[in-house]
Design a binder for this molecule. Structure first.
Ligand code: IVH
Length: 673
């Protein structure tokens, strides 16, 4: 196979550049997955043509030289990197290779650990005292960051027991928790300062502060995963035992670590952790498998930059590059205009993504994103895809700055901005067909009036054909007009009218929710219904009374008052009741409910019930179920993987129960199905 030597040169140039951005400047321009691909391509070409390998090829070394600002430290033992595996097959090959090298037919015991996505650090202890903290740098020499590491609570300044070696170098990862990252970015955004793209960058930026007082304000953690120099003392013979010993000396070690025998158990571990990944309070980007016996590690040794006895199984990338094809401005139910990015479809975080929200005008400005740009898309877990940044040096010529429209793209009313709000809104109100359509879709949706068969497309047709222009019109639709619509026969038209008719019998909380009052979601609607028992009482409630309702603060109280103060809304409600919409009085029923007045929060994963089932059963017993833990919370139901909410509940002294206790409660109350 012929290779173009200029491709090798180009790859090296690119990798050098990205190495520098990533390691030296903490400001990567491309996602890790793209970097890995470039490196793999170079490695493949070099394997085919070993004669073309040069000593300065990026495949021959890791990282970049340290910045000048900190003192340089040479590592007594180099800090190596890990080989990657991207599939079960590649992990199986790794295991096979090891067994061949060791001439072993039995299954190997592996230490399995999450691959933490942070910054590698070396900590040197002499006579039990921390004397040096250093970054990995290029693996051979790094930077002295002793003052900075001393500010990190999980790094012991002094080892806690006396049986330690005279000299001990502990290695591990410094990382920022997801919660710490969100808080840091929130504060930065409030102050109009630059935000970080991900927790890894935030950790790197925090560590690289010449003023360690700044580092001290950042929520960094350190987790130990290996040792370097050991002199004047002995350590256990298995890696997992070494880590347990480190834990006794005062280090944090990862609680997910397990010693497993055989490659099949390792593959299971990968799958379990993939499931757990989004519930962990910190970012991980894969699993590290290490041969657990240290004498076997010694036998296996190293090749160039990585040990033969370990491999990193990477998760599918959560960040990828794609192209921005266009920006559409969508008008929501309350008139909020949201810019939506149309993307060249890209596989990221396990799904194909072709849209991403751009949130608002500030976000467009912050990113300076333009149609035609190459952008980095991030999709983590079930979170909606985001544009993380624009790759500026890939911007094609002739792009134009993105301008937020001044007129609604649907009805041409002016777009306005309430001072202090990031959101811009169409001022058209009920003359804007986009707002009308969204309000009707919301009204008909499953958790509102639950009109079976009235989907988004049908609502759009009904409004476009001018058969309806407000929710009330639904209750006066005629069969002939409906059956004349596209893809509608007599039968489906009559089914639809029956469903509309059936929706007239509803509950107070559904009706309140369906009105689409700003910030009144399903949970708040339920709380309002429970608190007031009847619509009439709610409609006459004043500001102070509304504040007594669970989950209602001054802003929401204001929206509720505004809504009911408007004549057209009051008339609409009266007309809907006249059209036959009705609900049972809930005042009597709710007093009988045993959990009235109690607020629950669910966190972590549930194993027997689905989250929705748990929520509905709690609500059916009269409890409120909210999303965030506060002093108003009475119980936190915590399952495996619970993180920040559990911590907060513990801090606030809130009662914590598990799924089993919840099921017991449901059984006692006879609601368990
Ligand atoms: S062991 C010689 N264990 O991954 C083996 N590394 O590409 C040294 N990392 O720079 C690494 N979690 O910072 C090891 N549990 C873990 C790890 C881990 C994250 C990082 C480490 C290193 C990179 C290897």
């Amino acid at each position: 196979m012929s290779t173009d030597p200029s491709e090798i040169d180009r790859l090296r140039e690119q990798l050098h550049h990205h190495n520098y951005r990533y390691y030296a400047l903490d400001d990567p321009q491309i996602p890790d997955a793209e970097y890995d691909r470039l490196l793999r391509r170079l490695q493949d070409l070099e394997t085919q043509h070993p004669e073309l390998i040069t000593p300065d090829s990026p495949s021959q070394r890791v990282g970049s030289p340290p910045l000048d600002a900190f003192t340089k430290v040479t590592h007594q033992l180099p800090m190596l990197s890990l080989g990657n595996a991207f599939s079960d097959q590649e992990v199986a090959d790794f295991d096979q290779r090891i067994r061949e090298l060791l001439d072993k037919v039995d299954d190997i015991e592996y230490a399995c650990e999450p691959k933490l996505d942070g910054i590698a650090v070396s900590l040197l202890y002499e006579q039990g005292l921390l004397v040096l903290g250093a970054t990995r740098g290029d693996g051979v020499s790094g930077e002295d960051i002793t003052q900075n590491v001393k500010t990190i609570g999980s790094i012991p300044l002094k080892l806690s027991e006396k049986n330690y070696p005279d000299r001990l170098e502990v290695r591990g990862e410094i990382y920022m928790t997801k919660r710490g990252f969100e808080r840091l970015n929130q504060t930065a955004a409030e102050k109009g300062e630059k935000t970080f793209v991900n927790p890894r960058n935030a950790a790197a930026g925090s560590l690289r502060q010449l003023d360690s007082r700044i580092t001290a304000t950042r929520s960094l953690e350190m987790c130990a995963y290996s040792v370097g120099v050991v002199a004047g003392g002995k350590l256990p013979q298995r890696h997992t035992d070494v880590l347990k010993q480190l834990s006794q000396w005062g280090f944090r070690i990862n609680s997910e670590m397990q010693a497993l025998t055989g490659v099949a158990a390792c593959q299971d571990y990968y799958r379990q952790l993939s499931q757990k990944r989004n519930h962990l309070p910190y970012e991980i980007d894969g699993i590290v498998y290490k041969v657990n016996q240290l004498d076997l590690q010694d036998q296996l040794g190293f090749i160039s930059r990585a040990p033969r006895w370990a491999v990193a199984r990477k998760f599918p990338a959560q960040e990828e590059i794609t192209q921005l094809l266009g920006i559409e401005f969508q008008v929501g139910r309350t008139g909020a205009v949201t810019p939506v990015a149309r993307l060249k479809p890209v596989f990221v975080g396990g799904v194909t993504v072709s849209n991403a929200t751009l949130h608002n005008e500030d976000e467009i400005r912050r990113l300076d994103v333009r149609v035609g740009d190459s952008v980095i898309i991030r999709r983590a877990g079930d979170v909606i895809p985001q544009i993380v940044s624009v790759i500026e040096n890939r911007r094609p010529a002739g792009t134009k700055e993105t301008v937020f429209p001044s007129q609604c793209p649907v009805c041409p009313s002016p777009i306005v901005q309430v001072p202090g709000e990031a959101v811009k809104r169409c001022s058209g109100g009920l003359i804007c067909t986009a707002q009308i359509k969204e309000a009707i879709k919301h009204f008909a949706s499953r958790k509102a009036m639950d009109i079976d068969g009235l989907g988004d497309k049908l609502v759009e047709q009904l409004v476009d054909k001018q058969l309806i222009s407000r929710v009330l019109d639904l209750y006066h639709l005629e069969i002939d007009a409906v059956s004349a619509l596209e893809r509608m026969g007599k039968k489906s038209a009559s089914n639809l009218l029956e469903a509309i008719d059936a929706s007239k019998k509803t509950t107070l909380n559904r009706f309140i929710y369906s009105l689409g009052i700003r910030e009144v979601g399903e949970a708040t609607a339920r709380n309002l219904a429970q608190h007031y028992g009847s619509l009439e009482t709610l409609m006459t409630a004043d500001h102070d009374s509304l504040l007594e309702v669970n989950d209602v603060g001054p802003v929401v109280a204001g929206f509720i008052l505004d809504f009911f103060a408007q004549d057209n809304n009051r008339q609409l409600i009266a007309a809907m009741q006249a059209a036959g919409i009705h609900w049972p009085d809930s005042a009597v029923a709710q007093n009988a409910a045993p959990l009235v007045g109690l607020t629950y929060v669910l966190t972590g994963s549930l194993e027997t019930l689905t989250r929705d089932q748990a929520k509905q059963q709690l609500q059916s017993l009269g409890a409120s179920v909210t999303n965030s833990v506060s002093t108003k919370t009475d119980y936190l139901v915590a399952g495996p993987g619970a993180g920040a909410k559990l911590q907060k509940a513990q801090d606030l002294g809130i009662a914590i129960v598990d799924e089993e206790a919840l099921i017991q409660l449901f059984k006692q109350q006879g609601t368990y199905q």
